[in-house]
Design a protein around this ligand. Sequence first.
Ligand code: AP5
Length: 209
Amino acid sequence: MNLIFLGAPGAGKGTVAAKLAEQTGLTPISTGDLFRAAVKNETDLGLKVKSIMEAGGLVPDELTIALVKERLASETDGKGVILDGFPRTIAQADALKTFFKIDAVINFIVPDEKIIKRLSGRRLCRQCNAGYHIEYMPPKTENVCDACGGELFTRKDDSPESIQNRLAVYAAQTQPLIDYYKKEGLLIDIDGTPQPDTVCESVRKAIGC
Ligand code: AP5
């Protein structure tokens, strides 16, 4: 089964994708993580996208589509994937249709005021990328990853200015995909406000998995 996770920045896509992947064997593919790895490794792609990402803008469609196409081509497991954060524009959705079949699109609904609290308190592990929240999902020891002992950090695009820009970009460029996938009969709305385990359970029920 191949899923798209749609939703505003901070709606919980990455958190639920990690849980669902663990429970079902689906492979999570986050374009944000792929771009962040490119930035960290200072690849050509990373150098091109660094400043766009830090400001909360979208990476150009042609770069994003090429990256996802290449990543999906190497996906041979067969169980299926969770596309977390792709597509984010109509052009990306049109392109995806030409090379990959999607079974359902999960749309996480969370009000903006909760999104802002979630993003401003998010922390990530520098080593294993595990996600935390200083209030909602704190690590056992402050700034230390429970899973691997790595140092926790705050993403540059989780600054207040960048969060506002990401929300505006989401409304302008990504929200139209809700209607796009509704028309295709693929959209499933999920309340993203309860605890992550509950949200994950709602997704599993909705997709019958
Ligand atoms: P990306 O990494 O995809 O960022 P995003 O969409 O802004 O999503 P986030 O990772 O911020 O949020 P999330 O929904 O995964 O929430 P999370 O689970 O972490 O993309 C980054 C950048 O890359 C983009 O801005 C763009 O520049 C570029 N990019 C990526 N894809 C692109 C594309 N297709 N086209 C062009 N450019 C692209 O949760 C957030 C916080 O809330 C965490 O602290 C978590 O612990 C907490 N939390 C989660 N769920 C709950 C819950 N149920 N209750 C309480 N707290 C919760």
